[in-house]
Design a protein around this ligand. Sequence first.
Ligand code: ZN
Length: 212
Amino acid sequence: MTGTSILARPLPEQIVYIGRRMFERRLTDMAGGNISARDGNNLYISPRYAGSRQHWQLETDDILCGPIESDDLLSHPRFSREGKTHLAIYREFADVGAIIHAHPFHVLPFCVAGRPIEPVLESTQKFGVTPVARFAPAHSESLAHNVVACLRGREANIRKQAAAVLLPKHGIFVAGLDLFAAVDALERIDWNAWCIMSQAFLPAMPVAYEIA
Ligand SMILES: [Zn+2]
């Protein structure tokens, strides 16, 4: 990456770059996650075990590419087990250019509680409330179905930047216009989650500081 903006680099390089940033910033963990981007009728996607075996230190050779409309990728030994949900989202929503599934540090408590994330920052209003999908086991066809169902009706949010869905006891899916829109939404929603939780630790404001 000498001198050229990462935004101008090929999609596999962008996926590698974003995976490293997400891991550094605790937006996902060693247990996993996956990152994909649409390129016409194909998608590029991070491989299975990107977290547990590679700690998100991927190289461009690790990135898989295959058709969106067929199930060819499902038989690839390195195709991510959550890849079915990526395919289902691309097939249903023409405006989605990139998808991130992650296990973000501050979002996971909401997944455990089964609690939607309301936007409390100015910077997250455009995503609306991030709902919780109906439970389905990780890697299942029903999970793909439930995530797509939660994104329906939120196409306007996707066209603005992105829309996200929480998976009970598991993590988050973000569907965005492109990779940078999706990862930006992921971090904003994660910090928004921290802002909600941290209110419980804040002591009452001393009277002397109250705004008149
Ligand atoms: Zn996961």
